[in-house]
Design a protein around this ligand. Sequence first.
Ligand SMILES: [Zn+2]
Length: 379
Amino acid sequence: MPLVLSGADVVLPSGTRTGGRVLVDGATIAAVVPENAAVVDLSGHYVVPGFVDLHNHGGGGASFTSGTVEEVLKGIRTHRLHGTTTLVASTVTGDMDFLTRRAGLLSELAEQGDIAGIHFEGPFISPCRKGAHSEELLRDPDPRDVRALVDAARGHAAMVTLATELPGGIDSVRMLADRGVIAAVGHTDASYEQTVQAIDAGATVATHLFNAMPPLGHREPGPIAALLEDERVTVELINDGTHLHPAALELAFRHAGPDRVAFITDAMDAAGFGDGRYMLGPLEVEVADGVARLVEGGSIAGSTLTLDRAFKRAVTVDRLPVQDAVAALSANPAKLLGRYDRIGSLEPGKDADLVIFDADFDLKGVMRRGEWVIEPQLG
Ligand SMILES: [Zn+2]
């Protein structure tokens, strides 16, 4: 039976339509219409496209790197309850045999449509900028090794984060670009010039810009300047209030513009779950007040962010236009994944993936493929 969501400010790529109506038919958005036939009255609410998380390690107490299939599904479900209707599962550094097996397990979930692909973060990253990755398991991005992991994902490798300045880095970027896998520059100690070279070779994403890379210096602008200035690059930002100072976020957003930012969670197991002790790959993490840090050394170890909170923060704290925040949470990552024909905006014919917020930007409903994940309880 068709369903009409009416009365809301509907956020479209072309602008926000006050009092618009979204018609859901079966599993797709059949139409966005200006007139009557209300089934669900969403006056005073926002309907936005389902969120797309490019970089997410887990949630609900479950790890995408080490959890069982049931645990991984629980993690995915946790993020769905927070508006993420499309999720790329990220792994952390492990040994090659382990990651190869992991790629097999996650690729089955991709085949079932539970995840949109796999993001390998590590082991091909810099020991100088390792963050919460095990140093002894890091290795140079030899294109043969990178390719072996990609092949193990059976067509579902979405992205690989690389320190492109390491031996084999540029060749690996070329290999990934040739195979339609996103090459992301991150956990890197590259110079500005080395980063430009990586972008010219085909790198198109900055893995959590600012975090795990050299800071912007006036004589050594480093990767940040190279990644921000190049039109071909989309920059990931972790908008949790911990990973980035609001001024750094604003600088990146202004410089890259609203079409080149993807808000990610970089979430770990504690997202949507709670404080306590967790494992991130082989490393122990303590989560206190929602901030995850390695027990040893105190490095920030992913976030406990969910994308509904990233959205609320973007519009209430960062004061971004709703339109721009929504693009960074849906259209931009959907385009990177090559799925903008199906997801990433509220347009007729696309998957009925949408999120409902009240006027305070608190989440009130989630629909995925035409089915309520959370049915709005209104008035
Ligand atoms: Zn990560």
